[in-house]
Design a binder for this molecule. Structure first.
Ligand code: SF4
Length: 195
């Protein structure tokens, strides 16, 4: 449950997802059985996102995985299956379009807004015009696009106007009653601009 006394920026809970699974959650939200993420896991993540507006996501990938300070064998540097190799590429495709790197942590709301802004369709990420391999049949059926059109709030909980107004009032009351004023350093600039 969202902690109404926190701004959620520094202490919000983190969900770890492989980068290529971020668009996969969107297809799952459209009701598609996505081969890139376990159905139960996708719906667990969607459920948390739909309840908690402060949730953050860490986008992971083994793409930059290099064993440090230990002996490296040829096996350590090779992936076990073609799917692993391809999903690593998918991770990098998604991260590149988002301008992020493996391990990046962002607020879920920001991440889905960015995803929908930068990736209009999964054509080219999940489907291709190659003779040998066309990719996923769902990529050109509009599932992702239908969620994208409705925006990030389809996936991530949006705080209600009443909730945000209540937070402002709490903050104003705290300022009025407190003996000291606690502000973030950059708020000094904000105060100047307001003034
Ligand atoms: S297009 Fe297919 S593989 Fe790609 S995210 Fe959607 S369901 Fe998954």
């Amino acid at each position: 449950m969202h902690d109404s006394t926190s701004d959620g920026l520094c202490s919000s809970p983190i969900v770890a997802l492989r980068a290529h699974q971020l668009p996969a959650t969107v297809c799952a939200a459209a009701g598609v059985e996505c081969p890139l993420i376990d159905r139960k896991r996708a719906h667990e993540v969607l459920d948390r996102l739909g309840r908690d507006p402060t949730l953050t996501i860490r986008l992971t990938s083994p793409a930059d995985e290099l064993p440090h300070y230990r002996r490296v064998s040829p096996d350590s540097l090779s992936a076990s299956s073609a799917d692993d190799v391809f999903n690593r590429k998918r991770d990098l495709d998604v991260l590149q379009r988002l301008g992020l790197v493996p391990g990046a942590v962002r607020r879920a709301r920001y991440l889905y807004a960015l995803l929908f802004e930068r990736i209009a369709s999964l054509d080219g990420l999940c489907a291709w015009d190659t003779e040998q391999w066309c990719g996923c049949e769902h990529a050109r059926r509009g599932a992702y696009e239908s969620v994208r059109e409705r925006g990030w709030a389809t996936i991530v909980a949006r705080r209600s106007d009443a909730d945000r107004q209540a937070a402002r009032l709490r903050s104003a009351k705290g300022i009025a009653a407190g003996e000291r004023l606690f502000v973030r350093p950059h708020h000094l600039m904000c105060l100047c601009c307001w003034y």
